[in-house]
Design a protein around this ligand. Structure first.
Ligand code: SF4
Length: 471
């Protein structure tokens, strides 16, 4: 099956042409379908379609075929069923984060899309809607014959529609170099541990990201932890992973978060469950980060759920997403970023930047497409205590890339912890000089003391006066 998939991607342009002719001709069968009836037609066409597309594309019969816009690679083979990939966990060899032996489906989709477009630069940043699960297993051919329109690409959301900016959004708009920090919620029903961690950064940062089951590990929920911080006058960024909740639960949580004073959200597809403490759990991935962004913007700007049902009051949100310029497919990461910006991302926080040349390449593309004028790019930085810890993270944390030169530098130091901190401070200084970088996002698992030192010693504290996310 996998060989057939590769063949289809290699011949994507020819298959796309055949597909276009097929789509034009197949409606001629409409009178026959009317005669036979929809139910009987489905019974005949569904197995035929499944056999043909299964053979050619390893098709999973989602019932809303998008092969013509995914380079003839079926996105339902993506282990996270992403309609807008790739995720940030692609391995250095191009393997899937979840199934290391399988090359990333979205790298195939980009290769097929490039075959169709004829040029990588012409790859469109198409935003596909989330999967309509009610159509799963049904024949797309029958829908085309009957003239039923499938779910087409979603339009870019455009500029934000009049909403009052809260403090983090105002800081980002001010043009000053912003600082955010990541805090992991505790394994406790007591908010004291969370507050103790977060309070270390009072007056040091513009906002505090609250992770959502990072790495697939269970902790206090990020919506609750964010609300606790907001209630104490701190400025949280509520991280939402699509891994654990479907679109109904997530939209409810967005409203709840806004009602509790949480105004900043970060939309993520999420890590796989296999590396976490509950590898037996069922991953949800009903949405991906791009479709979640689009939904969140619809809730805020149009005051409606994904279903189109109206809200009584729209949530006031500042909406962000992630990017990972440090893993394959490096050159094509920019298209994924553009999709996120078109889908509504107002700020971007990247994965750890340990490799400045890769970030510089990415920022060149960002500037060429003027994406830094449409969203704020905040680059992830951080430190770990030793070369051994860094090597472990590179090997076990999806999406983290650490160059050998940095490992060697830290490994050779007499005080590895101090050297790692110094390297982080140097990276921050370099980032501040790159056009289009709007700030840094400081990360380091349960390492708050060192992170606070980095912020102070980098001189990042200057200009930050805000606590409290009042609008
Ligand atoms: S690496 Fe990510 S995007 Fe690629 S197939 Fe695996 S889960 Fe999907």
């Amino acid at each position: 099956m996998y060989q057939a998939r590769l063949w289809s991607v290699r011949h994507a342009l020819a298959l796309r042409r055949i597909y276009d002719v097929f789509q034009r001709c197949i409606p001629w069968l409409a009178p026959v379908i009317r005669l036979v009836g929809a139910r009987s037609s489905e019974a005949v066409l569904q197995p035929l379609e499944q056999a043909a597309k299964g053979l050619l594309f390893d098709c999973r019969m989602c019932g809303q075929c998008v092969l013509s816009v995914t380079g003839m690679a079926c996105p339902m083979n993506c282990a996270k069923e992403m309609r807008n990939g790739p995720c940030g966990g692609v391995r250095a060899d191009g393997g899937c984060e979840v199934k290391p032996d399988m090359p990333c489906v979205w790298i195939e989709a980009i290769a097929g899309g490039t075959n169709i477009a004829g040029d990588r630069e012409k790859l469109p940043a198409t935003i596909l809607p989330p999967v309509d699960r009610s159509r799963t297993g049904r024949s797309t051919w029958l829908q085309v014959i009957r003239g039923e329109s499938g779910p087409g690409p979603l339009p870019p959301v455009g500029a934000a529609i009049g909403h009052a900016a809260a403090s983090f959004e105002r800081a980002c708009s001010s043009g000053r170099f912003v600082v955010t920090v990541e805090v992991a919620p505790p394994d406790s029903a007591d908010p004291a541990a969370l507050l103790a961690r977060a309070r270390r950064f009072e007056g040091l940062v513009d906002a505090i990201n609250v992770t959502d089951g990072a790495g697939g590990n269970c902790h206090m929920s990020s919506v609750a932890a964010s609300a606790i911080l907001a209630g104490q006058g701190l400025v949280p960024v509520y991280q939402i992973a699509c891994r654990d909740r479907n679109r109904i639960a997530i939209q409810g949580d967005l409203l709840g978060a806004a009602a509790l004073g949480v105004h900043n959200i970060l939309c993520l597809t999420g890590d796989d469950v296999s590396q976490g403490d509950h590898p037996q759990a069922k991953p949800v991935f009903d949405l991906d980060a791009v479709s979640l962004l689009h939904i969140a913007r619809g809730m805020r700007d149009r005051g409606e759920y994904a279903s189109g049902r109206k809200l009584d009051r729209a949530p006031g949100l500042f909406i962000g997403a992630t990017a990972n310029p440090f893993v394959p497919p490096h050159r094509d990461r920019i298209v994924n970023l553009e999709k996120k910006v078109d889908a509504g991302a107002q700020f971007i926080q990247t994965q750890f930047c340990f490799d400045l040349p890769l970030l510089e390449d990415f920022m060149r593309e960002v500037r060429a497409r003027e994406l830094h004028r449409r969203c704020k790019i905040i680059v992830g930085v951080g430190t770990l205590g030793s070369a051994r810890a860094l090597r472990w993270m590179a090997a076990h944390v999806p999406g983290v890339h650490v160059p050998e030169a940095l490992l060697a530098r830290i490994g050779a130091a007499s005080d590895q912890k101090d050297e790692a901190k110094r390297a982080c401070i140097e990276t921050i200084a370099a980032l501040a000089g790159i056009e289009g970088v709007a700030g840094v996002h400081v990360m380091g698992h349960r390492n708050e003391q060192v992170l606070a030192e980095i912020i102070v010693e980098s001189g990042l504290k200057r200009g930050i006066t805000t606590t409290g996310d009042g609008t």
